[in-house]
Ligand binder design. Sequence first.
Ligand code: C2E
Ligand code: CA
Ligand code: CA
Length: 655
Amino acid sequence: MRAEIQLKQPASDPVSPVEADARQDEVMIAYLPIVRGAAIAVLGYYLFDLATRFFFPGDAYPAVMMTAVAMGSLWSIGILYLLRNPRKVWHLEVYAAMVCMALFINSNLQQSLYFEVENVTYAILMIPIFAAILPTRRMIVAGIVLCFVSLIWQVHTYLPDQVFDYFWVGVSGIAAGIAISEIIRTAVLNSVKARLAAVRDREKAEALARETRHLAECDALTGLPNRRSFFLALNTHVEHLKQTGDAFFLGLVDLDGFKPVNDTYGHAAGDEMLRIVARRLEEAGGSSAFPARLGGDEFAILAPANPKTAQAILSLGHKIEARLSEPYDLGDYTCKGSGSVGLLICDDPELAAHDLMERADHALYFAKRALQGRAVLFNAALEREMTTSSQVDKALRKADYDREFSVVFQPQYDLLKSRITGFEALARWDSPELGRVTPDVFIPAAERAGLIRPLTRTLLSKALDSMLDWPDDTSLSFNLSTHDLMSPNAIEAILTTVRDSGIPAKRIEFEITETAMMSDFNQARRAIDQINRAGHSVALDDFGIGYSSLQYLQQLPVSKLKIDHSFVSSILEDTSSYKIVRTLLSLSRTLDLGCVIEGVETEAQLHILRTMGARHIQGYLIGQPMPADQVGSALIQKFDFSPRPMPQPRKAAQS
Ligand code: C2E
Ligand code: CA
Ligand code: CA
């Protein structure tokens, strides 16, 4: 049963549960003291009546009246007891009705036992008293009717000739009662209104605060916690680990090839992909995990380390890995995708949040570099590598490029012309602190540190200087970093450096890798156009190991493929390597592209390649990367690679 007192609300402004509760509370607050006051007054009256009757027992039915008054007193005490803590408005209605009944029964009992004219006044007085005490309109109406009927009944029974007079007295009583009750109700309603306004204001303020908090903590696109709340949560976990020793798992996730999806299918599709990734991370992590979006296509996840084993965290990693490689339904398109995951068991209370992030990031970096689309757990080997890489970073920042860096040249051989036709320039760093550092280490470090562009220019100038001594028909292949390609200004500076050297553009080829297409396909294509326009050719390096090579190949104005040496190294033993090289060679012929096979180390490899129709090769068989001053003697060196029958690879022949 709901309280009768209700404020009218516009239909469009529904009453919130908080507001409905506030109304109930307000009615209670307003009426409780009235009902309680009435109960106390009634109790006082009965106790006084009881004492009076005790000392001055009347003539009529003293025992009955004493009992009735005593019961009235107990009744009133009972009501006061119940009134300690009424929880609903209808409780209050019942208790108020009980107070009224105490008066009503007493007065009517006395009149019916022993009628006295002056006691008719009680029947009249009860009308406004009921109207004042009862909290709801329906109760007031019922109470007034009851009193009026009892008044008319008494008068009709004992003073029949005065019914008309008392009728009008009763009506006046009703009018007074209604007036009193309306005054009280208006006061109550006003108080309810004021309180409801306060409740609404508070609700609005709370909703605003909630929204602000949500905006500050959530990523608007995916609904996941954002970078800020992720770091708050990470810090909380770190503190908890310090205090309780409770370990946890940290995972960093980076989508592979998200940029091409964004570029090819548009931002709406990209956004949808990120939303799907968010849902999949939530599902893979389960209810106890805390996935977050750090920005772009980077996500993170915190999970309780339960149990704290490499097995457990790797199985979380594999779950994420598997979910992220499911097809993505992007509305009009369905596309493939995958994510690299760097994992860390956080159980060392000595490590701060940024140390943990650095480690997980390193595992992610390793996953990206070596095992795209896979989960990698940070381990001792990665820890050593990380330490080295931070030393490399430091040394790189203060390196003297001109003095410390040099270029070596590795010959490229044309099987048809039976001679070396060009050299690939490969960078070398002799750091005074670290000794010789391989390009696999310092090129990514220079990219991370944002130092690759000046380094590229230094290396290119050195390579061009060396070329001045070379015969005119000898070309140079020069490796560009993805970071170079991503900036039109950097490309322009590179082209200007070549132009200033006076060496014809057609003698210089630039090698680029697929990573460039993955980070920004359109910019990569513009950069290649820019290079081609200057008269250079472009070769796609490490071909075959990327995950969507063919898709890009058709859309890119490159003129050569370099087949990665990983295939050649196993070409004699591994059927699939054999098939891949054969397919890539025929692909390059179909697309009318040049093709260089890298990493040829043995004559056996060379001959099997020759049977497949390979023409350009590079590898230790022809020559190791050499300093500039050895290029001259390499060029006059004689090779005897005359064709001779070679057995097919054993496994390959069976297939
Ligand atoms: P890459 O462009 O694929 O270069 C070929 C790498 O394979 C070179 O390693 C080379 O020494 C090695 N190699 C050549 N023939 C053989 C062989 O027969 N067997 C084996 N096992 N390896 C062979 P390097 O010089 O250590 O360079 C590694 C990578 O570093 C290069 O791979 C290239 O991606 C990068 N790099 C080197 N120099 C530069 C540079 O000047 N700029 C940029 N951006 N990257 C460079
Ligand atoms: Ca290369
Ligand atoms: Ca290569």
